[in-house]
Design a protein around this ligand. Structure first.
Ligand SMILES: Nc1ncnc2c1ncn2[C@@H]1O[C@H](COP(=O)(O)OP(=O)(O)O)[C@@H](O)[C@H]1O
Ligand SMILES: [Mg+2]
Length: 422
């Protein structure tokens, strides 16, 4: 596809070149015929009928000129058709196509390229570095090809997000054999592919983790239950007073550990969601209403924005909101502020996705921890299990979505869950 594409403009140019040569030939021949005809006329005048040889020559030449003229017209028509075909291919490509000349000026950017780069102005004649200022990795790839004159094949680039695709697949080839021929760059949006790959990786990682640890956790829970059972058989009243707190301690710890293991087993169990249309906005409102007694006094939960219906498991999605609201409230409380939580809905029909962001006014999550908070057992709280966000991620992935952590406008945490639209 790339080769055919790269070759097409070259073919057009070659045809144009041929046409030019034929036109020059025709000109030269016409001139020669006129000269010969004039000479023949002069000869006829001086020789009477003796000029018949020159006449024959002139007629033959005239015929040759006519044939060349016909061929020239056919060539022009073929060149025009080829040019039109090239233009149609360039226009209808779903990938972006950028052509840069030897001086680094843009000579062509197709409509898909303008769309992918989110450009509105006229790019032709502009310096490519200026044009690609907002997408440094793409600019660097073109610069590299221009400098090395070596092709870059199917390189995957990460572009800064601002309405543009986050991942680009790029191929850049030097134009022409000479050293100053510019470059031709083909780029396409790989964001959906990369996101799907990431989701698949996450799903596999979760499944493997479940398989590896579920058996162990089961054994662990059985052992804990036995210890807990023996501690229950120890009647504290029958023990010397100094030992009584130890028994109490054993009971409490086994209780807590038992809960952790049960939560983990819940987390590790392969999820079989029962999917049905769920209105995310209504569910967010219901979840915050149900949780209001659990959250610290004065907690404000606002639900706003646009919400879509998704194919989802209502029980799991409610658990997701519960974990996020609890985390937000706990973080605010630990920082000594009254929680002001916002559940914000967004629908992006162009990308076929909708998202829900739960933000708070707490201390936020440090940038270095924003990936790790979704790992099982990552916790910064003394009595945390580190499973709340791992469960949220698992629920998101079960719905073919994704959970990411960022910062809220109030300086707190913002956890965004993205779902595909049905
Ligand atoms: N809203 C939030 N604000 C600040 N930090 C948060 C928030 N939510 C989660 N975290 C961080 O992520 C960690 C993991 O959260 P989670 O998986 O729910 O486990 P746990 O709540 O048991 O610690 C927390 O310990 C905390 O450091
Ligand atoms: Mg939690």
């Amino acid at each position: 596809m790339n080769d055919a594409f790269v070759n097409n403009p070259g073919y057009g140019y070659a045809l144009l070149g041929l046409t030019a040569i034929v036109a020059v030939l025709v000109g030269v021949l016409t001139f020669a015929v006129l000269r010969i005809a004039a000479a023949a006329r002069t000869a006829r005048r001086s020789l009477g009928d003796g000029g018949s040889e020159a006449m024959l020559l002139s007629a033959a030449l005239q015929e040759a000129v006519t044939r060349l003229r016909t061929e020239e017209r056919a060539m022009s028509a073929r060149a025009a058709a080829s040019e039109q075909l090239s233009a149609q291919i360039v226009e209808s490509l779903t990938a972006g196509l950028l052509v840069v000349d030897g001086a680094g000026r843009v000579t062509m950017l197709n409509p898909a390229g303008r769309r992918l780069l989110d450009l509105t102005g006229e790019p032709v004649g502009v310096d490519y570095g200026e044009l690609l200022d907002g997408v440094p990795p793409l600019r660097d790839a073109v610069a590299e090809c221009l400098a090395t004159r070596r092709p870059i094949l199917r390189r995957s680039l990460q572009a800064p997000r601002s309405g543009r695709p986050a991942h680009l697949g790029v191929t850049v080839s030097p134009l022409g054999a000479s050293g100053d021929g510019g470059a031709i760059c083909l780029f396409s949006d790989l964001t959906t592919v990369v996101e799907l790959e990431e989701q698949l990786r996450l799903k596999e990682a979760l499944a493997r983790l479940g398989e590896l640890t579920a058996g162990l956790a089961h054994e662990f829970r059985n052992g804990l239950a036995t210890i807990h059972g023996y501690s229950r058989l120890l009647a504290p009243d029958a023990l010397p007073p100094a030992y009584r707190p130890y028994v109490e301690g054993i009971r409490q710890e086994t209780d807590t550990l038992g809960r952790v293991v049960t939560t983990f087993l819940d987390f590790a169990r392969p999820e079989k969601p029962s999917l049905a249309p769920v209105a995310l906005g209504a569910l967010a409102r219901r979840a915050s209403h149900e949780l209001r007694h659990e959250l610290p006094a004065g907690t404000d939960v606002a639900v706003r924005g646009e919400f879509a219906d998704v194919q989802g498991d209502e029980v799991l999605l409610r658990q997701m909101f519960g974990n996020l609201l609890r985390n937000a409230a706990e973080a605010c409380q630990a920082a000594g502020v009254t929680p002001a939580i916002v559940i914000d809905g967004r629908v992006d029909r162009a990308r076929g996705a909708c998202s829900v962001t739960v933000s708070d006014n707490g201390p936020g999550i440090p940038a270095a921890d924003r990936e790790r908070v979704f790992q099982p057992f990552f916790t910064t709280r003394t009595r945390g299990t580190g499973l709340g966000l791992a469960v949220v991620q698992k629920i998101a992935v079960t719905h073919n979505g994704r959970a990411t952590a960022g910062a809220s406008a109030a300086g707190g945490a913002a956890i965004e869950i993205t779902f595909p639209l049905p």
